[in-house]
Design a protein around this ligand. Structure first.
Ligand code: C2E
Ligand code: MG
Ligand code: MG
Ligand code: MG
Length: 285
């Protein structure tokens, strides 16, 4: 009897793996056939100052509507795009689109944060390509932040230092995304040209109550302060969470409480609300 059950378990297990593998294969194939301009869209999640009131910038987040698979989350397809080298053209599309938004809406004083895969940086082509792209627009790299996940930052060791330093020299801000979920050594934090941290949503959960979650975020903010790093808190969903961050070393806030990621048009409308008529005229011209 036990033997029989064991065999069943094995079947369930192996068919789950097979199912996952075939999904991955389908995503890979759909990525391969993708036409960037029709299947991808960029959304823009507003980022506010610490009290959640003043708009400071946006994070660009890619959305994929595949003709075969329907909506696929970036959390699923970005790692697959990294494996099949599609990440380079995809990442270029994202940057072009984000830059065109900034240029179209004359977002002076606001920043745009773009997620970049370490593989893009390692390709050696990315930095020269970016330099040439920005030469075509009237927007300064100073208005752009590059977000690299903490695990990426630490994993690839020294191959990232040179491209990161080049980007920094061009004026781009460098941010560690999902901070706290990887294994950064504090020693490396001081070696890399890093301007800020984005604290992962997982660390925001529970900070409204006194306890270990609160202590942890206080500690992270204190470390950031001592390294002179800017802090953005991600995934803020309640006013209580926002209030806690207000008394810590945390300059920016981002989360569903203030705004979900917005379509291009809705982000443009937010700019109109924020800055009034001059932007309305720009947008409707
Ligand atoms: P991320 O860079 O850490 O982005 C934050 C994610 O949290 C986004 O998910 C955003 O929609 C979500 N989020 C923001 N506020 C809240 C909140 O209050 N509550 C909850 N529950 N979620 C919130 P999304 O858009 O699904 O992106 C997932 C990840 O995919 C991103 O995490 C990023 O690592 C990656 N990604 C997205 N776009 C790009 C891209 O253009 N290039 C690269 N390389 N990676 C990207
Ligand atoms: Mg990010
Ligand atoms: Mg993040
Ligand atoms: Mg994340």
């Amino acid at each position: 009897e036990a033997k029989k059950r064991g065999k069943n378990c094995y079947h369930i297990y192996s068919s789950a793996i097979a199912c996952e593998a075939s999904r991955k294969l389908r995503v890979e194939r759909a990525l391969h056939d993708m036409t960037l301009d029709t299947e991808l869209k960029l959304q823009f999640q507003p980022i506010f100052c610490r009290d959640g009131k003043v708009l400071r910038g946006f994070e660009a987040l890619v959305r994929w509507q595949s003709p075969e698979l329907g909506f696929v989350s970036p959390a699923e397809f970005i790692p697959i795009a990294e494996e099949c080298a599609k990440i380079n053209v995809l990442g270029q599309w994202v940057f072009r689109e984000a830059l065109s938004f900034m240029s179209e809406h004359n977002c002076e004083g606001l920043f745009m944060s773009v997620n970049v895969s370490p593989l893009q940086l390692q390709s050696g082509m990315f930095v020269p390509w970016l330099k040439q792209l920005f030469a075509q627009y009237d927007v300064s790299p100073q208005q752009f932040k590059i977000e690299l996940t903490e695990s990426a930052m630490m994993m690839v060791e020294d191959s990232l230092i040179e491209p990161l330093e080049q980007l920094h020299e061009l004026g781009f801000g460098i941010y560690i995304d999902d901070f706290g979920t990887g294994f950064s050594s504090l020693a490396r934090l001081s070696v890399l040209p890093v301007d800020g941290l984005k604290i992962d949503r997982a660390f925001i959960d529970g900070i409204e109550c006194a306890g270990s979650a609160r202590q942890l975020i206080e500690a992270i903010c204190a470390i950031a302060k001592s390294f002179d790093l800017e802090v953005t808190a991600e995934g803020i969903e309640t006013p209580e969470q926002l209030a806690v961050l207000g008394v810590l070393h945390c300059q920016q806030s981002q989360g569903y409480l203030m705004s979900k990621p917005l379509k291009r048009q809705a982000a443009a409308e937010l700019l109109i609300q924020t800055y009034g008529r001059p932007y309305l005229e720009l947008v409707t011209q």
